[in-house]
Design a binder for this molecule. Structure first.
Ligand SMILES: NC(=O)c1ccc[n+]([C@@H]2O[C@H](COP(=O)([O-])OP(=O)(O)OC[C@H]3O[C@@H](n4cnc5c(N)ncnc54)[C@H](OP(=O)(O)O)[C@@H]3O)[C@@H](O)[C@H]2O)c1
Length: 364
């Protein structure tokens, strides 16, 4: 493509859309050229409020104008009901896609989206961006290098008391837009479990409940169990009810070593060297510290950027942008393609169905 930059449009200029803009601005071969919101003054106010500077993109308020000539990539970061229709229209026009979660709100929307994007052949990345958090990268390296042994069981938690502080407070509590605790938030934890398990989920069973009456139109606590092919098990809990600071918990239990949040634990008779881990670890800016545990188990604390903030400015959207641009330039798939994200969404749909039937397992 010579020196021309990839021309990016962003739809939905809120908290998350502004974080996308900042990430695209940091990519050397991207230029944000068009912004789509429903009201120009509100778009300008949000750009300022969320710290976007140096953006000279035109602002459009009509979908027809969003899709005028001159766009290579569309980032979809508006309300959830806009994700599927905008993505389908963009794909039809050969525009590559960065799509916020949830990409679709039910199986019918998801099927249409997957089929349309598949037929168009455009590149996609879906914002389960914790995939690029350094702790998850370290854990993937430990697993892929065989250091965990066989991963038996993975648990992830997404606990966040989303309240009136959140810019999307009005829409996220509705069935129409937020839809369910999993689609609104917990899908990040479901996707994290999938990083460490076989890619073929077989069945899901779930229970949900509500504890914090804040106008949500759906239950705000859900626990689910996932059975994967080859015997691996996954478990997710997601809650907006509990009085805890934002918590994204990740536990990966292997037959040789386990990862419990930022700690690695293994039986003391196994040979694990902190120096060897430090030397071999391919993830930058990670430090390993041996700490006392007990006589039978040893522990290493992993120091790196943790998945411990609800703020979109903490999320690795820049890595997501790099993955999409690399996929476009190399004619490859991103690790978080729509096809892959569709499986995470299907687990969420199945869990919501199971919870509505009081835990009856739903096959996938
Ligand atoms: N991946 C993550 O970690 C993460 C984190 C937070 C949010 N998200 C996702 O990002 C999306 C936006 O969330 P947010 O937190 O940024 O919420 P937000 O601050 O409320 O922003 C939503 C934006 O969408 C715009 N909008 C509303 N209706 C629209 C329409 N019909 N067409 C185009 N734009 C429309 C709104 O602007 P106007 O009213 O001015 O049009 C608003 O600026 C959601 O899908 C959410 O699930 C993902």
């Amino acid at each position: 493509m010579g020196q021309r930059k990839w021309r990016v449009a962003v739809s939905g200029i809120g908290w998350c859309g502004c974080a996308h803009i900042k990430a695209f601005q940091k990519h050397p071969r991207c230029e944000v050229v068009r912004l789509h919101g429903r009201d120009e003054a509100r778009v300008r106010r949000n750009l300022e409020q969320y710290g976007v500077s140096g953006c000279r993109a035109e602002i459009v308020t009509r979908v027809e104008d969003l899709f005028r000539e001159g766009i290579d990539i569309l980032s979809i970061a508006g309300l959830n009901s806009t994700h599927t229709p905008l993505a389908l229209e963009a794909a039809r026009r050969g525009i590559h896609l960065m799509i916020e979660k949830p990409v679709a709100r039910d199986a019918e929307e998801l099927d249409r989206l997957v089929q349309g994007v598949r037929a168009a052949g455009v590149k996609t990345v879906v914002s389960f961006e914790l995939y690029w958090n350094p702790l998850l990268k370290v854990a993937r390296w430990l697993m892929e290098s065989g250091r965990l042994g066989r991963v038996m069981f993975v648990r992830a938690n997404y606990h966040s008391r989303v309240g009136a502080w959140y810019s999307g407070w009005d829409w996220c509590r509705t069935r129409e837009e937020g839809h369910s605790m999993l689609l609104n938030a917990g899908c990040h934890a479901v996707d994290a479990v999938r990083n460490f398990t076989n890619d073929r989920p077989l069945a899901v069973s779930a229970f949900h409940t509500t504890g914090w009456e804040q106008g949500y139109e759906y239950p705000t606590t859900i626990h689910l169990n996932i059975q994967f092919a080859q015997g691996q098990l996954g478990q997710v809990s997601a809650s907006a009810d509990v009085a805890t600071p934002y918590h994204f918990g990740l536990e990966i239990y292997g037959t040789l070593m386990s990862v419990v949040n930022q700690y690695l634990r293994w039986p003391t008779d196994a040979q694990v060297s902190v120096e060897e881990l430090q030397k071999e670890c391919p993830v930058p800016d990670v430090r390993f510290f041996l700490e006392p545990y007990n006589e039978r188990f040893s522990q290493i604390r992993v120091e790196c950027i943790l998945p411990n903030s609800v703020s979109v400015d903490h999320h690795p959207f820049l890595d997501e942008v790099f993955a999409l641009v690399d996929a476009i330039e190399r004619d490859d798939e991103t690790p978080l393609s729509l096809e892959r994200a569709a499986i995470t969404h299907r687990i969420c749909f199945a869990a919501d169905r199971s919870a509505e039937q009081n835990g009856v397992p739903v096959a996938l």
